[in-house]
Every structure is written in structure tokens, then in C-alpha cells.
Write a protein that binds this ligand. Structure first.
Ligand code: GAP
Length: 438
């Protein structure tokens, strides 16, 4: 199917709403622009994606510890990190229609792209959301919603040294919400003001940082491919010097070929010793690492693979979206990787007016639920039930028919091949397990 087209994006957005993956936030009130709610399938997909990330960066490695830091942090964190001073976009306002634009996106920085009115000069607009802690709305109580999860790990560096006594190189990993008051959110869940990040902060010897950066770029790139992203839709793009964030010495984006063009999925950066030094100076705490062998102290460098959960979900959804001609019909199928598919098994009785069949089907479904995300559905004819499950990416459909009552076998249909196989009911769990286990 053609990529880079609005058609594909429209189809994915429509499927997400129709089948319960992603809904507009506050829909019944007309919706809150650029805020999205994950529905029953969406939350399973999102949780599966986060689990796969955690497995790859925490569970399967000896050198990374998981964390879950709070969203609200001491305001001094954001002064030390440079976000109060440097985390801004330039915005231009139209003097006629009053619309606001990100200056960097404008072709003509003097003329409004909507009404051709005159634009103000680009003015700094800090992207951090501000609020007040406690009942008094006073500058002394000013607090920010974190714009990245990273700082929660830097400020815990000392706690980790003292509690885990790790040797370099080692890392911290966390998944959590981040907030940015983006001037131009859009493209469905691609750029929003509230989103979720999956970040690793990997502490390494300064002299090994360049090598570790390359290793992490490759490690993270492979993760997307292993989970089924098509090779031709993924690329690496090193940042130019002008693009680098205020804390980074080098950065390579992993980009995905979204329907609206190549865009960043994840950034892998060398943050040097910037953050630890800044926090050491601002807090007065010694955040150096003591090398036992060499009996010396130094600030480690930090390599940071930083990905977006919502962007990844969108990339996996668009990559998995397929339309296939089946006879005179079009089959829409989400070919999500088995670890990501929201539902693994659907149990479908062929005849819902036969109580024995329904009873057996429900019994099989409730048994499978203990091992796999399983649904039971008897609300339509079998052809329609199959299409429904294909559309949400369910890996296997198990059909119970009259014959099943006699031979104690069921029909198992694979999502991708549509091949059907008869399987003994008492073998069903093992049969599915061999395909579904990670
Ligand atoms: N700690 C480094 C950092 O935050 P970033 O490139 O600004 O780096 C990392 O963000 C990732 O977070 C991006 O690659 C993207 O996947 C996700 N992300 C950033 N801003 C986002 C937004 N407004 N909406 C959705 N995802 C976003």
C-alpha cells in the first residue's frame, strides 16, 4: 500500500476510533484539541509496547535499573537543567487573525500563512507547563510539569550509587508522562502536549561515550525492526550542530516514514556530563563517580535513548495496517507483532443458538484468559467476526462448531495466513503457547 498519503492516516485514525484504540479526549464536550484517550485495544497495545521496551532495556540486561520518579519536581531542577532558560520555541502571532505559529515552521516569517496578515517578530515561548503547588498561587509555589522524564533519573543518581553500588557503565530506565506546551501540536498522536516517554540514561566513562552512543543507536534501531517495523520505513538521521539541544554534544534520531513524512520516533543523544555537573553545582551535592581501581573521582557522561510511547504506537499502527483483496471483498488487517497485538485469541461459537456450543466456547475462552488476552464474541456471523478480529490484529480465532461437541476439536485460524487447523481442545493451550510465548 502507498505510504506518505493522507488516505492511510485517515484510515488509521478512523480504525482507531471505530474499533476502540484511540478516542478524542473529552469527546462529548466537543473534544479537547490534540489530547487523546486510549480505549480498550489502545491501552493493551500501549501496555504491550511498554512491556517490550522494559524487557529489552531492563529485564534482559544486567546493567540497567528501572525507576519511576514523580512528575512534580523541585523547581530548581529545571533551573539547573537549563530548561527555564533554554527550553523554548520562537512563536509569531498574526496581528490580524490572532493565530499563533512556530516561527521555525514559517516559510515567510513576516506573512501569516492563514490570512496573509502581518506577523509579530519571533518571541521566546517556554514550553514548560506551569502550575502552583498548594493552595496559594504565589511565585514561591511555582512548579512545573516535567517536560522530560530524564531529570528524575539524574537527581536520583546519588541514591542509586548509594543503594545499588553499580560499576560503570550502568543505566537507569523509566517510562512516564511528560508535558510540553507545544505551539503546533498535531498529526494525531504524533505531537501532543501530554505524552509518554521511555527513556534510558546510561552513565559511562567519558572516553567510551562515543562508542556507547553508536551501540545504543544500533540497539534501539534493532528493537523497532525486531517488533516488525518494515526496514524501508526506518532510518537514522544524525543531528546537525544547529539542531542539537542545549545539553547535547551529539544526537541521532531514529525516524519513521509516517504517512505525513519522515519524522522522529526516538532521539539517541550524548548529553556529556552536562546534567550531573549542573545538578552538582546547584544542589551542592557531590555527584561524581568514584573509581575504586584508579582511586579517582569524575563525572560520567550520559548516553540517552529517548523514545515516545505515543509516537511508537502510531508508527506500529500505521506500519501494521494492511488492506488485502479476498475474493470480491477487502480484508483490513492489523499485522501487529505477536508481542504487541492487543488481543491474542478470539473464541467464536459458530452457532450461537446451540447452547452446548456456546457453553463449550465460553468454557474454552475462560480457560485461555488465564494465559492470553482472550475475547469471546458471538454477536455476528462467523465471516464478520473474523473480519472484526483481523481489524484489531487478533492473532488467532478459535471456532467451536457442532463437530467440536463430538470430536473435542476446534478450528484455529491464523490472522496472517488465514490457514485453518483442527486442534484438540486439551492441546489448545500448548498449541497457542508455542506461537505466542516470547
Ligand atoms: N530527554 C530527551 C528528550 O526529551 P526529545 O527529543 O525532546 O528528547 C524524546 O523527546 C522523544 O519524546 C521524542 O523522540 C518523541 O518520541 C517524544 N516526544 C517529544 N515531544 C513530544 C510531543 N510533543 N508529543 C509526543 N511525543 C513527543
Amino acid at each position: 500500500m502507498a505510504k506518505n498519503n493522507e488516505d492511510l492516516m485517515d484510515k488509521v485514525v478512523s480504525l482507531c476510533k471505530r474499533r476502540g484504540f484511540i478516542f478524542q479526549s473529552s469527546d462529548i464536550y466537543g473534544g479537547l484539541a490534540n489530547a487523546w484517550d486510549y480505549g480498550p485495544y489502545g491501552v493493551e497495545l500501549k501496555n504491550n509496547l511498554k512491556r517490550a521496551w522494559w524487557k529489552s532495556v531492563v529485564q534482559e540486561r544486567d546493567d540497567i535499573f528501572g525507576m519511576d520518579a514523580s512528575i512534580l519536581m523541585h523547581p530548581k531542577v529545571w533551573e539547573a537543567s537549563g530548561h527555564v532558560e533554554n527550553f523554548y520555541d520562537l512563536k509569531s502571532d498574526c496581528k490580524s487573525c490572532k493565530k499563533r505559529f512556530k516561527t521555525a515552521d514559517l516559510k515567510d516569517q513576516n506573512k501569516c500563512p492563514e490570512c496573509a496578515g502581518e506577523l509579530t517578530e519571533g518571541r521566546k515561548f517556554n514550553l514548560m507547563f506551569k502550575t502552583y503547588q498548594g493552595p496559594v498561587e504565589d511565585v514561591a509555589n511555582l512548579i512545573y510539569l516535567r517536560p522530560e522524564t530524564a531529570q528524575g533519573m539524574f537527581v536520583n543518581f546519588l541514591n542509586i550509587l548509594d543503594s545499588k553500588h553499580p560499576k560503570l557503565p550502568f543505566g537507569l530506565a523509566q517510562i512516564g508522562k511528560a508535558f510540553r506546551n507545544e505551539i503546533t501540536p498535531g498529526n494525531f498522536t504524533f505531537r501532543t502536549r501530554e505524552f509518554e516517554q521511555m527513556e534510558v540514561e546510561y552513565f559511562t566513562r567519558p572516553e567510551e561515550a562515543d562508542k556507547k552512543l553508536e551501540e545504543w543507536i544500533d540497539y534501539r534501531f534493532k528493537w523497532y525492526l525486531d517488533l516488525g517495523i518494515k526496514k524501508e520505513n526506518l532510518k537514522k538521521r544524525p543531528h546537525t550542530k544547529e539542531e542539537l539541544a542545549h545539553y547535547a554534544k551529539a544526537c541521532t534520531d531514529i525516524e519513521y516514514n509516517f504517512p505525513f513524512g519522515w519524522s522522529e520516533l526516538e532521539g539517541v543523544a550524548n548529553r556529556t556530563d552536562f546534567d550531573l555537573k549542573q545538578h552538582a553545582e546547584a544542589s551542592g551535592k557531590d555527584l561524581q563517580y568514584f573509581d575504586d581501581a584508579e582511586k579517582k573521582k569524575f563525572y560520567p557522561y550520559i548516553i540517552e535513548p529517548s523514545g515516545g510511547v505515543d509516537r511508537s504506537v502510531l508508527a506500529f499502527l500505521t506500519d501494521a495496517y494492511h488492506e488485502e483483496k479476498v475474493k470480491a471483498d477487502t480484508r483490513v488487517v492489523l499485522k501487529l507483532h505477536k508481542d504487541l497485538a492487543p488481543t491474542k485469541v478470539a473464541v467464536l461459537p459458530l452457532l450461537k443458538n446451540r447452547p452446548q456450543i456456546v457453553e463449550l466456547a465460553k468454557k474454552i475462552a475462560s480457560g485461555l484468559k488465564k494465559s492470553f488476552i482472550t475475547v469471546y464474541d458471538d454477536t455476528a456471523a462467523i465471516g464478520k467476526l473474523y473480519r472484526r478480529q483481523d481489524e484489531v490484529g487478533t492473532l488467532f480465532c478459535v471456532t467451536i462448531d457442532v463437530q467440536s461437541l463430538e470430536d473435542k476439536q476446534v478450528t484455529v485460524r491464523s490472522r496472517d495466513t488465514m490457514q485453518q487447523e483442527r486442534v484438540n481442545i486439551n492441546q489448545l493451550q500448548n498449541y497457542l503457547g508455542t506461537f505466542l510465548s516470547s
